[in-house]
Design a protein around this ligand. Structure first.
Ligand code: ATP
Ligand code: FE
Length: 356
């Protein structure tokens, strides 16, 4: 099977071709990503209207690139998969319209993919892990623990009740005048900092569940920053590094402890050969990866994390999730709709609630 995937739910326009023959591992034949960071940099965040226009302009070039790089033509494809939500609605619509155009012109089947399912199934594409597994999805807009039993079978154990960790990293960078996206710049600063100098809160650790909260870290950081500025008139390089290190340590500790709890819940149900996988942009953080690795080793679970370029938004994960849906017999019609919200554990649009 050869599947073309399209992704345009946030600020990356992406197209990719993924192929799987029989039971052999799936192969990424191409994965093209056009980022929009510069278009939004002056505004301090993604502007939905600008994003939607840029997607609409770039999608066709992106598809042509992806087909060329993969060495295939539209005739070699078996289906077109596209992110149908959740995300910024204008962008999602651009992608869905482009995919519909290709499907209508070629007669290829159309497969709508949940963006989060794309992230959550990535470890199957990169490491070929089997169902079921415990997934920690940590990205710019989401943070949740999921038991993944099949391409469309997800059970949510818990997640953030406010900000996503990626959002917290981005806000931290903004508050300290570091470049966006915040994750990599805060991580780099933290490497030279003392995580013990500032004591950040560890939210919700007193509760036994798998829920997390990150918005309090931003408030704490703002207070600490303002206090230093009031006392010394400004931040030194070291102050900034120590603040980043303290913030990152709080995120790492919280994620490690909640993962320990989610793993305990998961093991009650699936005691044989447990696997924990992490995905989403924040999974690129080396301190977070190391802590999760330790938690898994403690519990005798296997740990896997996709390579960075497949952790952040890309279309290979969409093509692959589409391939899994296609194999299970799923097909969508030209009436496929773009959804701004689409929780993973609810496939029915009638049940749509919070997108987090
Ligand atoms: P979603 O998938 O929830 O819609 P998104 O697509 O914007 O959100 P991703 O592309 O998966 O999110 O990830 C981007 C986020 O990952 C950004 O918030 C970025 O700061 C964060 N990030 C990237 N690298 C790192 C890192 N090394 N440490 C921490 N965070 C990181
Ligand atoms: Fe994403």
């Amino acid at each position: 099977l050869t599947i073309l995937g399209l992704e345009s739910s946030c600020d990356d326009t992406a197209a990719a071709v993924v192929r799987q023959t029989g039971d052999t591992p799936a192969e990424v034949l191409s994965s093209v990503v056009f980022g929009q960071t510069e278009l939004h940099s002056a505004y301090g965040g993604v502007v939905p209207e600008i994003a939607a226009r840029a997607h609409a302009e770039k999608l066709d070039i992106c598809v042509i690139e992806a087909l060329k790089e993969a060495g295939v033509t539209l005739k070699d494809l078996d289906a077109v998969a596209v992110t149908a939500g959740p995300g910024l609605i204008g962008g999602v619509m651009s992608g869905v319209m482009c995919a519909k155009g290709i499907a209508a012109a070629t007669g290829l089947p159309l497969i709508g993919v949940n963006h989060l399912a794309g992230h959550a199934l990535t470890p199957r594409l990169t490491d070929g892990i089997a169902f079921p597994y415990l997934m920690l999805l940590v990205s710019g807009g989401h943070c949740q623990y999921l038991i993944v039993r099949g391409p469309e079978d997800f059970t949510r154990l818990g997640g953030t009740i406010d900000d996503a960790p990626g959002e917290a990293f981005d806000k931290t960078a903004r508050l300290l005048g570091l470049p966006q996206p915040g994750g990599p710049s805060v991580q780099a600063e933290a490497e030279n900092g003392d995580p013990k100098r500032f004591r950040f809160p560890r939210p919700l650790l007193d509760r036994p569940d798998c829920n997390l909260s990150f918005s309090g870290l931003k408030t704490a950081l703002m207070r600490m920053r303002d206090q230093i500025v009031a006392e010394k008139g400004g931040l030194t390089r070291q102050d900034r590094a120590d603040l980043c290190a303290g913030f990152q340590a709080a995120v790492v500790d919280t994620l490690a402890e909640k993962t320990r709890r989610a793993l305990r819940l998961y093991l009650d149900e699936n005691p044989a050969s447990p696997t924990v996988a992490v995905a989403g942009g924040v999974a690129a953080n080396t301190a977070i990866r190391a802590a999760l690795q330790d938690v898994c080793a403690e519990a005798g679970a296997e740990f896997t994390a996709p390579p960075l370029r497949l952790c952040t938004d890309n279309a290979a994960m969409i093509a692959y999730a589409g391939l899994e849906r296609f194999r299970s017999g799923a097909r969508d019609g030209l009436d496929l709709t773009a959804r701004p919200r689409w929780p993973l554990d609810q496939s029915s649009p009638a049940l749509l609630g919070s997108g987090k």
